[in-house]
Design a binder for this molecule. Structure first.
Ligand code: SF4
Length: 414
């Protein structure tokens, strides 16, 4: 039996205040001793801590869970800090408020993979304007979604986004458990845990790069990454509460992004400073990272072919690097090999410069060559795209840079 009505007297700590406020309305039919001791003990009676309560706690007879007058401090301190300092983000609910739309949580989490909040915000606004719910996104042509994604990078995310939206629409809505969420294309361990916690208030251990850093420091885990991930996850599990786990996850992310930053953690203003094992031991060195391997550098060529104020664009193969996206024709470079150097048609080519671009596992030096199209079409399939609408073509960043270089070279010649 669970109760939700706060006791009439006594002080609640700040972390309990908001949650109890949004959960009032049901009367506790079975007042018990723990309710009379401290008003915020009712939060425990709703299973606030459930598993993982500290030793020495007392047992609430009506709820069947253990409460404590000395609950674990890290979640308390962090949630109290979050209640005051949570970032205002367009995909979030305010601390303690009802969970946000799972579509918005999912979309933001996919966009935020390997990408900053600042870069994601305009894309999130544009996507939710054009496709306000998962059904609208499921009905969208993949090429429209790829074009809208252009510039955000890691384009396999966009293709998986469409596949996952269609799967969710077929299911009639988002699944709520981590295990089911993991079955969606593009949803890995972290994303499944984040959606389960934030959108469905399920207890889930959410560990992204920010959380990894905070936990490595709090518990002074000195084993190098990636081997340390197991210990970091286990440590994160010990401090994840049963309730408000979505707020807790977002609080950890905010702390990592604003306070416990990689190079200069602001320990003086950190709400967890008193609990942090690494604070006095050079926290900025944690987590220890394995030495970076040098990325291979590939050489390739891209071709800017112009005719009648249009440029020749091709559609890349559906799978592989930048799969399914519009691009300038190139000489077949890949993550594993340099390009052939062969142009798509014979003729005079002018060197417009070199684009240097880094992908996750390699870098590319892409020479950009300009030429005028002969009366014959270039080899392979493609389309003449108007230059004054080039920003609507959805070119991925590498080819958008190449296009700018080619146009700048032309401007120099005029
Ligand atoms: S005390 Fe410093 S190192 Fe420890 S969690 Fe806070 S900001 Fe990070």
């Amino acid at each position: 039996m669970r109760c939700a009505r706060p006791a009439a007297s006594g002080r609640r700590p700040p972390w309990a205040r908001r949650r109890v406020a949004v959960r009032t309305g049901a009367h506790c039919p079975s007042p018990c001793a723990c309710h009379r001791q401290r008003s915020w003990a009712r939060a425990f009676c709703r299973g606030f801590w459930g598993a993982g309560v500290p030793s020495g706690g007392h047992r609430c007879h009506s709820a069947g869970v253990t409460a404590s007058d000395n609950p674990p401090p890290i979640p308390h301190l962090l949630l109290a800090w979050y209640d005051e300092h949570a970032r205002d983000l367009p995909w979030r609910a305010a601390p303690g408020e009802a969970a946000p739309d799972p579509y918005r949580v999912w979309l933001s989490e996919i966009m935020l993979q390997q990408t900053t909040v600042a870069a994601v915000k305009p894309y999130f606004a544009a996507f939710t304007k054009v496709w306000p719910d998962v059904h609208a996104l499921a009905a969208a042509p993949e090429e429209d979604v790829l074009a809208a994604w252009a510039g955000l990078g890691y384009y396999s995310r966009a293709r998986n986004l469409v596949k996952a939206a269609r799967a969710v629409a077929d299911m009639g809505g988002f699944p709520e458990s981590e295990a089911e969420l993991l079955g969606l294309p593009g949803v890995g361990d972290y994303t499944a845990a984040a959606i389960a916690a934030i959108a469905f208030e399920r207890r889930a251990v959410v560990v992204d790069a920010n959380v990894e850093r905070v936990v490595a420091r709090l518990f002074m885990i000195e084993e190098p990454l990636p081997a340390a991930r197991k210990a970091i996850r286990a440590a994160a599990d010990t401090i994840t509460p049963d309730e408000r786990s979505g707020d807790f996850a977002q609080a950890m992310m905010d702390l990592g992004s604003r306070v416990c930053t990689p190079r200069a953690p602001s320990c003086d203003i950190c709400p967890l400073a008193g609990e942090c094992a690494a604070r006095e031991h050079g926290p900025e060195r944690l987590p220890v990272k394995a030495p970076k391997k040098a990325k291979p550098v590939r050489q390739g060529r891209a071709y800017w072919i112009e005719r009648d104020r249009c440029v020749w664009l091709v559609k890349r193969a559906p799978s592989g690097m930048l799969g399914g996206m519009r691009a300038l024709p190139d000489d077949g470079w890949s993550a594993r090999a340099d390009g052939s150097g062969d142009p798509p048609l014979d003729g005079e080519w002018e060197n417009a410069g070199v684009v240097r671009h880094a992908f996750t596992h390699f870098a590319i030096h892409l020479s950009v060559l300009r030429g005028e199209a002969a009366p014959a079409e270039p080899a392979g399939s493609g389309e003449w795209w108007p230059l004054d609408r080039l920003d609507e073509a959805g070119l991925p960043t590498l080819f958008a840079k190449a296009a700018r270089l080619a146009q700048a070279a032309e401007a120099r010649l005029l």
